[in-house]
Ligand binder design. Structure first.
Ligand SMILES: [Zn+2]
Length: 320
């Protein structure tokens, strides 16, 4: 299937800096899982308004009563889509809530069909429910998402898996109404939802385990692939990058959070697209390792079994 076919994707996501969040996450919050995403021009984000300690202390924790109180104060809208999905928002109409629920619920089958998980979560994953937090604007997200949820407010949304094996854990993503477009749009909605599904059905353990080897090509590439595919949007960003033939596939398998947004998102998308389309048996093999936490085995498979074997094919495919 051609990259430029109607099956293709998107509009260019706006770009933001991710650089600072990783170190904070890994150093300060060992069990917190977070996947901050490209969002916006880097930001004149105001500092969080609350006590500084709260920004990091309670990330991903639903157990902090003070935080819960604050969240309820700031996010008066609470809407249950179904037993596994709840939306909290500053301001959404019933129609907007229902449309959002439908968009997310409809994505499940699309996702399962692509990754072929048989509907089986990975072992010890108790993230049966997801909370979707929607701030009313980018400015509100910048003002409150760090304070309430420890999110990187330079991002365009962030998935916080928490500890998926802990009873009472609450998986959550935080995002905002994209007020740069007129129609009601939630920033990165289906991208973030893919992180939830991928974390539950493909990636064993928490975020820190997931990125203990370079897996970002898959994590962000899949989120882009599923999001644009499901929405039927053309990925003009990735399409534009493809013609430049910048990276070898074997190089993309090394992508980490230290790399730039083009490489992480656009090239992750291209790598995942190519592998799913041209080498599905290899994807099955790799996901078999990811799903059981065999990160080094997956790494060996990518870098040695596949190695540079598909580089020429990928390079040619980019121009198809
Ligand atoms: Zn993402």
């Amino acid at each position: 299937m051609s990259l430029f076919s109607p099956r293709g994707r998107l509009v260019r996501a706006t770009v933001a800096a991710l650089a600072t969040c990783t170190a904070t996450t890994l150093a300060v919050l060992p069990v917190a899982a977070r996947t901050p995403d490209a969002g916006a021009p880097a930001a004149s984000a105001p500092a969080p308004q609350g006590p500084a300690a709260r920004t990091t202390r309670q990330l991903g924790s639903a157990a902090d009563p003070a935080a819960a109180q604050s969240a309820a104060d700031y996010l008066p809208v609470s809407y249950t889509c179904n037993s596994g999905l709840r939306i909290k928002a500053q301001q959404m109409t019933t129609a907007q809530l229902q449309t959002t629920c439908s968009s997310l619920i409809g994505q499940d089958a699309f996702f399962h069909d692509i990754v072929k998980d048989g509907g089986r979560p990975v072992a010890y994953d108790v993230n049966t429910s997801l909370e979707v937090v929607v701030f009313g604007s980018r400015a509100e997200y910048q003002r409150l998402a760090g304070y309430l949820y420890g999110a990187n407010t330079g991002s365009g949304g962030e998935y916080q898996e928490g500890n998926p094996s802990a009873t009472g854990n609450q998986a959550r993503f935080v995002t905002y109404r994209d007020d740069s477009v007129q129609a009601f749009t939630i920033k990165n909605l289906n991208h973030e939802y893919t992180h939830y599904l991928d974390g539950r059905y493909d990636m064993y353990g928490d975020w820190n385990a997931n990125i203990s080897t370079p897996t970002l090509w898959w994590i962000e590439g899949l989120a882009e692939y599923v999001s644009y595919g499901y929405l039927g949007k053309w990925n003009s960003w990735a399409g534009g990058e493809a013609s430049k033939q910048t990276y070898a596939l074997s190089t993309l398998f090394d992508t980490t959070q230290q790399h730039d947004q083009n490489r992480i998102y656009a090239w992750g998308y291209l790598a995942v697209y190519y592998m799913l389309e041209q080498h599905p048996a290899d994807v099955t093999k790799i996901l078999g390792y990811y799903r059981t936490g065999q990160w080094q085995a997956a790494r060996t498979y990518l870098k040695q079994t596949i190695g540079t074997r598909y580089d020429a094919g990928f390079r040619a495919w980019l121009l198809t």
